[in-house]
Structures are given as structure tokens and as C-alpha cells.
Design a protein around this ligand. Structure first.
Ligand SMILES: [Mg+2]
Ligand SMILES: [Zn+2]
Length: 249
């Protein structure tokens, strides 16, 4: 099994891909906002999770929050106090300052949440590109959230298990096409089951920094044990361990 102490060789042109919730950030933004502002809606989200597509469910809860008097300012305040580990801020800032690395955020959250949180951490210029669900404030203070792939548009045909709103594997491939020539190495930082699809597309010179004990970990482990994963794997639990991995890049 790969360990934190195993050296990562240097490269010239590198891409780092960050999942957002529980990977770059130390919480889940969709759930957090409701935990802070409307626990009854948070409960509803938990109860309906298996029946309603996730992005649609979050959009519905945001509408109800607005109807109950929840304001834009309250949502922004909740996002700014969401757990985000200082070690992660340090790790990504140091990597960015060394140059040679392109930063790509690939997330099932939404653009308003991500930009609000990044700004509050002084990381608003970290990413070269962010791919996530579109969202916008309407003048009344309602946060209008939509799926990245609209339900009326042609749907992706991912067989790995990505949610209908977005196939992260397809989005990674599309990013790589937009940003050729090939990167010498891709590093993917993720935790969730929806990170499994892009990780399966990584090459042997690529590495996944997989957070332990969450969806991605459970899916990856048997693959790695059986030697069926193309890319290398490094595991981390706390952001301070992820920082040590980032420092090797
Ligand atoms: Mg995640
Ligand atoms: Zn997929």
C-alpha cells in the first residue's frame, strides 16, 4: 500500500484537480448552510436524499429557506464560517507559489458557494478553472441553483455512477481537451463516490490523494488491493496530512 512517506518524483507540467466538499474544504457546503440556518430543512434533505436528485433537492431547500425569510447575507455568513483547514490553505498556497501547476476545481456544489468560501480564505485566484453547478442570486436574495447538465438537455451516459447533473470523468476529459498539450502528471484530490469516475480515467503517472473513510476510499480500496487502478494512490485523513503530500509536488 502507498504511504505518505513514499517519494513523489518531480515533473515539469502538472495539473491538480480538487473536489471541493470534504476535500479542499473540511465540510459539505450544501449540508452546512442548512445545518447553520435551517435544521428542519437539513432533516428534509436527509429524508429525501434517495428520492430526489441532489442538485434539485438543494435548489428546493434553498427556495424554502428563502420563503422562510433566510437572507443572502445569512447564507454568505454561514459559508464564511464553514470549516476550512488552515493547513489546506497553506498547502495549496505554497504549491501555487512554486508555479508549474494548473489548478482545476471540479465540484458538485455550486459556483456561488465555492467563490464565496474561496474569497473568505484569500484563495479567489487559486483556480485556473472551476467546473460546478451554476447558481445566481436573484434581486430578492433567492439563490437560484441549477444542474450543470439541464434535465431537458442530452444526458451523460456514465456507467460508473455519476449523478445526472454531472459526470466528473467527462468533465475532466473535457478540461484536458481544452488545456492541451498533455500534462506530465495529474494529481486528483478527492473524497466522495462521485470522484471515483474521474479517478478511473487517470494514467499510471497520475496520483490520487484519497481522503480516508469516505465514499471514494471505500470504492478505491478493493481496486488498489487487486492492482486494478492505473494511477498511484496516497491516502490522507486530516488536511495537515494532505498538506504534507502537496508539499512533495
Ligand atoms: Mg467531496
Ligand atoms: Zn462519470
Amino acid at each position: 500500500m502507498s504511504s505518505e512517506s513514499e517519494a513523489i518524483p518531480p515533473v515539469q507540467r502538472q495539473l491538480i484537480v480538487f473536489d471541493f466538499d470534504w476535500s479542499l474544504a473540511d465540510q459539505d457546503s450544501d449540508r452546512w448552510v442548512l445545518e447553520v440556518l435551517a435544521p428542519k430543512l437539513r432533516r428534509k434533505m436527509k429524508d429525501l436524499k434517495k428520492e430526489v436528485q441532489w442538485t434539485d433537492l438543494v435548489a428546493t431547500c434553498l427556495k424554502e429557506l428563502h420563503e422562510q425569510g433566510g437572507t443572502r447575507e445569512q447564507i454568505e455568513d454561514a459559508l464564511r464560517i464553514m470549516p476550512f483547514h488552515p493547513a489546506m490553505v497553506r498547502g495549496v498556497s505554497a504549491l501555487k507559489s512554486r508555479g508549474k501547476t494548473t489548478f482545476f476545481c471540479l465540484s458538485n456544489a455550486n459556483i456561488i458557494y465555492i467563490n464565496t468560501i474561496l474569497k473568505s480564505k484569500g484563495l479567489e485566484t487559486l483556480f485556473d478553472e472551476i467546473v460546478t453547478n451554476p447558481a445566481e442570486w436573484d434581486p430578492s436574495g433567492l439563490l437560484k441553483l441549477r444542474r450543470r447538465i439541464d434535465p431537458s438537455a442530452p444526458q451523460h451516459d456514465c456507467k460508473v455512477g455519476c449523478s445526472p447533473n454531472m459526470c466528473k470523468g467527462d468533465e475532466l476529459d473535457a478540461f484536458l481537451k481544452r488545456h492541451g498539450p498533455e500534462f506530465d502528471r495529474i494529481v486528483y484530490v478527492g473524497d466522495g463516490s462521485n470522484d471515483f469516475c474521474p479517478v478511473l480515467r487517470l494514467r499510471k503517472q497520475d496520483i490520487v490523494f484519497c481522503r480516508r473513510y469516505r465514499g471514494l476510499y471505500n470504492l478505491i480500496q478493493p481496486y488498489e488491493d487487486e492492482g486494478r487502478l492505473h494511477c498511484g494512490v496516497r491516502y490522507w485523513t486530516g488536511a495537515w496530512e494532505a498538506e504534507a503530500l502537496l508539499d512533495q509536488l
